[in-house]
Design a protein around this ligand. Structure first.
Ligand SMILES: Nc1nc2c(ncn2[C@@H]2O[C@H](COP(=O)(O)OP(=O)(O)OP(=O)(O)O)[C@@H](O)[C@H]2O)c(=O)[nH]1
Ligand SMILES: [Mg+2]
Length: 179
């Protein structure tokens, strides 16, 4: 593998744009626009096309980081952004009304991509809402016949997002060097 591309997806407000900003080694490109209906997500802007950042690994490899819009009205971007990708980071927001529905929705929507690559899951905003727990998510995933890595993360914390990306790279290729 020489050109890595990974995709961040998940519902509105899960922290995709924030996560790419936290981890990118170069100023990320964002396509956030003001959105009047975003107040419930504690933010005033939403991604309308994509986020883009770059992560440099120790061995000189570069990982291209792409973030999808969360809103379904921009879902035409989802397929476009996964082309050539090697793995998916699914971020979920634990404060949303039904994070398990979000979980199933995104796993189903990206099923084809996940089937040919790998997925890791990060649950954000667990500082604001402690339930469901990571153990609860494990049970849901087991019920779906899946066992991807899943972590509590804060999208604002670089070390948390690094852990997610490392875990994705490791599950793709256990021989990969650390970032
Ligand atoms: N308290 C708390 N806030 C978080 C955490 N993770 C992310 N945030 C905040 O949640 C918001 C996430 O916003 P975005 O990064 O724009 O979310 P997004 O997934 O890109 O959303 P869309 O582009 O609208 O789909 C930001 O205000 C972050 O600072 C967390 O773990 N705890
Ligand atoms: Mg965004």
């Amino acid at each position: 593998m020489s050109a890595y591309k990974i995709i961040f997806t998940g519902p509105v407000g899960a922290g995709k744009t924030t996560a790419i900003e936290s981890i990118s080694d170069e100023p990320p490109i964002r396509t956030d626009e003001a959105a009047s209906d975003m107040a419930k997500n504690r933010k005033t802007a939403t991604t309308v096309a994509m986020d883009y950042g770059i992560l440099n690994l120790d061995d000189g490899e570069r990982i291209h980081l792409y973030g999808t819009p969360g809103q379904e009205r921009f879902d035409f971007m989802w397929d476009i952004l996964t082309i050539g990708g090697i793995g998916l980071v699914l971020l979920l927001d634990n404060t949303r009304s039904d994070p398990f529905t979000d979980l199933r929705f995104f796993l189903e929507t990206f099923e084809g991509f996940i089937h040919s690559t790998k997925v890791v899951i990060g649950v954000t905003q667990m500082d604001l809402s402690q339930t469901p727990t990571i153990a609860d998510y494990h049970m849901q995933l087991t019920g779906l016949g899946l066992n991807p890595p899943i972590f509590e993360v804060d999208a604002r914390v670089k070390a948390d997002i690094s852990l997610l990306v490392q875990s994705l790279l490791f599950s793709l290729d256990p021989g990969l060097k650390e970032a």
